[in-house]
Design a protein around this ligand. Structure first.
Ligand code: NAD
Length: 485
């Protein structure tokens, strides 16, 4: 693939790589150059319905297979994804601007498929003799057709972390990629085909929320839907599910994650890690620590060191291995981030670094690493997800004060606390309203076998190696009466 080639991906429906039924496409532009990268099929209502009906038709056969056979398809796909790592990195770079130097999604996706390929023995119910005269048991069984709707900020990773557990448990899948970053997923659709999954088992659509995402949310034959994306869309999906067939909905949504730095923390480490958290993927990470609270007596030192590191990032062509700061994913994201920066400056906070968009000087949607200090707690930029390389650093004096500030948000995805005092660390970890807490570490670090998911408006349900299969399994109780001898 040359940098100037226009990519022409297709969708995978019922085992065939296809254009949209009505021939409709949408354009994807490289956000670093604003040149067109691809013409992508826009799934029509017919395409979406056909994907669901072929998944429904494939369900009886797929769910009846020996699970180790299902696992063998997952294993083949994992190997193909690993082999195509470099091409996938390029496709993500030219669609959503992720620097190839930060691309680890193919490895993490392959790991997901490898793990779940072997995880089927854990799908088990329970048995009991607690009802006299009876033996009772539970069976864990697949839902049938499940829909998976993913965002653009780590597409191949989310593709795998949802599809692998859904498939190994015997469900058939219709996955929709994000309109902002459909290219890597579309290449993986070709690999799914190459891996030889039976037709209809694994369908992959490209397109916008309307029509295909909405149709999946409403579809009476879709029995579970796992979504990662914004809280706004998550609520719409939940509403559609409630209005139609009450399908099971799993939601991984946005965040406004706080990191708390006490005076006794290892400040050097806290600066390095909190800076990386808000900078990686140009701040387009659900769990990025976008609010940092530093104890007053060390705040000046912290802010100076933070600014120095943040300013040192290298922006430029995401295809260059030296670059670690890409553009925002597209013009919409760029404009949103710039408008939050403008609001931030009007809100009473002080802009101490960055703040400028570089679209005019670079022709790409680059935003300077930006730091505000002393922003009023009720400012929109303190409450809403910016999804850019923009951080608010505020100060605090007491533990109680900072816990109240950290929790004063509708989000609750990830929080961090830095201190050398173990008692304080655990008190604060316990008090934080957040699905994840890092102690002397912060996002994007996660423990491999821990559940991931949000408190409050950050979502419902949990994902992870030990948890995701549960999202795609019904529980049936069976009670058996035993006749007297
Ligand atoms: P988004 O909500 O705009 O879009 C996500 C997906 O939903 C896309 O595929 C989109 O086409 C689809 N969609 C849009 N409207 C729809 C509708 N009405 N019905 C059904 N589907 C619809 O989110 P995004 O901008 O792609 O992703 C960024 C957001 O995702 C951020 O808020 C981020 O915090 C969140 N996110 C959360 C996690 C997590 O694990 N909690 C991880 C990554 C990203």
């Amino acid at each position: 693939m040359m940098a100037t080639d226009i990519v022409k991906p297709r969708m995978l429906i019922n085992g065939e790589l296809v254009e949209a039924s009505d021939g409709k496409t949408f354009s994807v532009y490289n956000p670093a150059t604003r040149q067109k990268s691809a013409e992508v099929p826009e799934a029509s209502a017919d395409d979406t319905n056909r994907a669901v009906s072929s998944a429904k038709a494939a369900f009886p056969g797929w769910s009846a297979l020996d699970p180790s056979v299902r696992g063998s398809y997952l294993g083949k796909l994992a190997a193909l994804i690993r082999q195509n790592n470099d091409e996938l990195a390029k496709l993500e770079a030219i669609s959503m601007g992720l620097p190839v130097s930060s691309f680890h999604h193919a490895k993490s996706a392959a790991l997901q498929f490898e793990h779940y390929a072997e995880a089927w023995p854990h799908v088990q119910g329970q048995a009991s003799v607690n009802t006299p005269g009876h033996v009772a048991m539970t069976l864990r069984q697949p839902y049938g057709v499940v829909a998976l709707i993913i965002p653009w900020n780590a597409p191949i990773h989310f593709f795998a972390s949802k599809a692998a557990p859904a498939l190994i448990t015997g469900n058939t899948v219709v996955l929709k990629s994000s309109e902002k970053a459909p290219l890597g997923v579309a290449r993986v659709a070709e690999l799914v085909n190459e891996a030889g999954f039976p037709p209809g088992v694994f369908n992959i659509l490209s397109g916008h929320g309307l029509p295909s995402g909405q149709i999946l949310s409403r579809h009476m034959d879709v029995r579970a839907l796992s979504f990662t994306g914004s809280s706004r869309t998550g609520k719409l999906i939940q509403e559609e599910a409630a209005r139609t067939n009450l399908k099971r909905v799993i939601l991984e949504l946005g965040g406004k994650s706080p990191a708390i730095i006490f005076h006794d923390a290892n400040l050097k480490k806290a600066v390095e890690q909190t800076q990386f958290s808000i900078q990686v993927n140009s701040g387009q990470v659900c769990m990025a620590n976008s609010r940092i609270y530093v104890q007053k007596n060390v705040a000046r030192v912290f802010v100076e060191a933070f600014k120095q590191r943040f300013a040192a990032v290298k922006d430029g062509d995401p295809l260059s291995k030296e670059v670690n700061h890409g553009p925002q994913a597209d013009e919409v994201q760029y404009k949103t981030v710039m408008s939050y920066i403008e609001q931030g400056t009007k809100s009473g906070g002080t802009l101490v670094q960055g703040g400028r968009g570089k679209r005019e000087s670079t022709s790409g949607f680059f935003v300077e690493p930006t730091v505000f200090v002393d922003t009023p707690e009720d400012a929109r930029i303190m409450k809403e997800e910016v999804f850019g390389p923009v951080v608010n650093i505020n100060t605090f004096e007491t533990e109680a004060e900072v816990i109240a500030k950290a929790n004063d948000t509708e989000y609750g995805l990830y929080a961090a606390v830095y201190t050398r005092d173990i008692n304080r660390a655990l008190r604060v970890a316990k008090a934080l309203e957040s699905g994840y807490v890092g102690v002397n570490c912060t996002s994007p670090l996660t423990g491999r076998d821990l559940p991931f998911g949000g408190y409050k408006g950050s979502g419902q349900g949990r994902e992870g190696f030990l948890y995701s299969m549960d999202n795609f399994l019904e529980t049936k109780s069976v009670i058996i009466q035993i006749d007297d001898a």
